[in-house]
Design a protein around this ligand. Structure first.
Ligand code: SF4
Ligand code: SF4
Length: 67
């Protein structure tokens, strides 16, 4: 049986405008805001690798993959 893949969250803070879309729509509350309103991983194990955060970020600041 294939092992469950773990989220690798690549984030470019230079592109992020702290809009909150990514952690607002993550269906598993994997992401939460840091003190500047940027995303941080708060529950990596819950990630289902749906890529919503990557696809919905208007500024292409996020890349996710399973490793
Ligand atoms: S959706 Fe993109 S721009 Fe908005 S807070 Fe998340 S990473 Fe930053
Ligand atoms: S890939 Fe999906 S579940 Fe994982 S952090 Fe992004 S929105 Fe959340």
């Amino acid at each position: 049986m294939a092992e469950k893949k773990t989220l690798q969250f690549d984030f470019n803070p230079n592109y992020c405008k702290s809009c909150g879309i990514c952690y607002g729509l993550c269906p598993k509350q994997v992401l939460g805001p840091d003190e500047e309103g940027r995303p941080q991983v708060v529950n990596r194990e819950a990630c289902i690798l749906c890529k919503m955060c990557e696809l919905r970020c208007p500024d292409f600041a996020i890349r996710v993959k399973g490793v």
